[in-house]
Design a protein around this ligand. Structure first.
Ligand SMILES: Nc1ncnc2c1ncn2[C@@H]1O[C@H](COP(=O)(O)OP(=O)(O)OP(=O)(O)O)[C@@H](O)[C@H]1O
Length: 363
C-alpha cells in the first residue's frame, strides 16, 4: 500500500458513531426456498473495526446472507441491523442510503469497461450527486491508497486482475462505507496476487479502522487476514470464534474438512497402512496450541517417558501470532503401559491426543 495513507481517509461517520460496537447484527435470520432452508436461524455480529470471515462450501447460504444484508433479499423471519438500524421492514427508498453504508467488492470486480479507472472509483459519489471536483479528488486519494495513481486515466481492459481488484476496493471505499463486504474477492486471482490484495485489505483495516466482512470458501483467506471466523453450513452458523482458536480446536466436521487443505494431515502412504489391531508402531495425532505449543513438549516427553518415538509428520504453525501445532508421532505399539504414559504426559500438557491406529513394519 502507498505510504501516504493517513487518518484523513478514515470515515468521519464511523468516528461519529464511535461507541457503537456492532456494525452488523443478524438475529435468527431465516430464508427458505421451497424445501431448502438457505438460512436456518443465522445470528452473528460484525464488530466495529474487525475483520470477520464467513466460510462455507458451495450452497451453504453465503450469497443469501449477503443479499439479506444489503436488502436485496427479504428474510422470512429474523432481523438485520446495520449500524443499529433494522432494515428488514424498510421500503426500497429508505434502504438506499443504508445500502451506501456497505461497500462491496466482488470475485469478477464488476468494473464498468467503458469508464476510466478514476470514473469507476468516483461512480458511487456520482450516484450520490457529489460535485465533479470532489469526486475526482476522492478518486485520486483512493487510487493513491491502493497504489494505482498512475492508472487513473486507464480503462479496466488494460489492467491485470489484481489491479482491477484494487480499483474495485477504491470504488467500494469512495462513499466512506461503514462496512466493506468482500464476496469471494480473491477467488479469481492467482496465489501471489491474492496475497497482495489480502495484505492491502489488512492494511486498510488497520490504518483506517475499516470494518470488513469477508465471504469465502477458502480457509487460507480466513487465516491470512480475519480476526474472527464464522463457519456456515446448510444455512446455520456451526461454529465461530477467534481464527486461531477455531484453527486450534475445530468443533464441527465441516470446519475440520475446510481446514484439511491447510493443516497437516497424515500422509496418504501412512494413512493407507493403518490398521486397528496390533502392529509394530502406533500413530498418534497430537494437537497443541497457545502456551502448550510454546514449551519443549517433545524433549520433555523424551525425558519424562523414556522409550523411542519418532516424529513422522506435522509441525507448529502460527495463526494470529499464536502457535497452532499438529504432530504425528510413531511410538512402539507393543507396550500398552508405555503408551498410556505417553498419552497421559501429553494430555497433562494440554495436548489433544488421538490414537489413529497401528502400522505394520516401520513407517
Ligand atoms: N433464488 C433461489 N431459488 C431457489 N433456491 C435457492 C435460491 N437461492 C439460493 N437457493 C438455494 O439456497 C441454498 C443456499 O444458496 P446460496 O447461494 O446462498 O449458497 P452459497 O453458499 O452462496 O453458495 P456458492 O458458494 O455456490 O455461491 C442452496 O441450496 C441454493 O440452491
Amino acid at each position: 500500500m502507498n505510504q501516504h495513507v493517513t487518518a484523513e481517509l478514515a470515515d468521519p461517520v464511523n468516528i461519529a458513531a464511535a461507541g457503537q460496537e456492532d456494525v452488523v447484527r443478524l438475529v435468527d435470520l431465516k430464508r427458505r426456498f421451497g424445501a431448502t432452508p438457505a438460512l436456518d436461524g443465522v445470528s452473528l455480529t460484525v464488530r466495529k473495526g474487525e475483520i470477520l470471515g464467513i466460510i462455507g462450501r458451495s450452497g451453504a447460504g453465503k450469497s443469501t446472507l449477503i443479499r439479506c444484508l444489503n436488502g436485496l433479499e427479504r428474510p422470512d423471519s429474523g432481523d438485520v441491523f446495520i449500524e443499529g438500524r433494522e432494515i428488514g421492514r424498510l421500503a426500497e427508498r429508505e434502504l438506499q442510503p443504508l445500502r451506501r453504508r456497505i461497500g462491496m467488492i466482488f470475485q469478477h470486480f464488476n468494473l464498468l469497461s467503458a469508464k476510466t479507472v478514476e470514473d469507476n472509483v468516483a461512480l458511487p459519489l456520482k450516484i450520490e450527486g457529489r460535485p465533479k471536483a470532489e469526486r475526482l479528488a476522492r478518486a485520486a486519494e483512493l487510487l493513491d491508497l491502493v497504489g494505482l495513481s498512475e492508472k487513473a486515466k486507464a480503462y479496466p481492459a488494460s489492467l491485470s486482475g489484481g489491479q482491477k481488484q484494487r480499483v474495485g476496493i477504491a470504488r467500494a471505499l469512495a462513499a466512506r462505507p461503514a462496512l466493506l463486504l468482500s464476496d469471494e474477492a480473491t477467488s479469481a486471482l492467482d496465489p501471489e496476487t491474492t496475497r497482495s490484495i489480502l495484505a492491502l485489505l489488512k492494511d486498510i483495516n488497520r490504518q483506517l479502522g475499516l470494518t470488513i466482512l469477508l465471504i469465502t470458501h477458502e480457509m487460507e483467506v480466513i487465516r491470512s487476514i480475519a480476526d474472527r471466523v464464522a463457519v456456515i453450513d446448510a444455512g446455520r452458523i456451526v461454529e465461530q470464534g477467534p481464527v486461531w482458536s477455531v484453527f486450534a480446536e475445530p468443533r464441527s466436521e465441516i470446519t475440520r474438512s475446510l481446514l484439511g487443505g491447510i493443516r497437516p494431515q497424515l500422509p496418504a502412504e501412512i494413512a493407507g497402512r493403518l490398521v486397528p489391531g496390533a502392529g509394530a508402531e502406533l500413530i498418534l495425532r497430537i494437537d497443541v496450541a497457545g502456551e502448550a505449543a510454546r514449551g519443549p513438549l517433545l524433549s520433555d516427553l523424551a525425558v519424562a517417558v523414556p522409550g523411542p518415538f519418532r516424529l513422522v509428520h506435522g509441525g507448529i504453525d502460527h495463526v494470529q501470532q499464536q502457535p497452532v501445532g499438529t504432530l504425528f508421532l510413531a511410538v512402539a505399539g507393543d507396550d500398552e503401559r508405555h503408551l498410556a504414559e505417553v498419552i497421559a504426559f501429553l494430555k497433562a500438557r494440554e495436548a489433544r491426543v488421538e490414537v489413529l491406529g497401528h502400522v505394520a513394519g516401520s513407517v
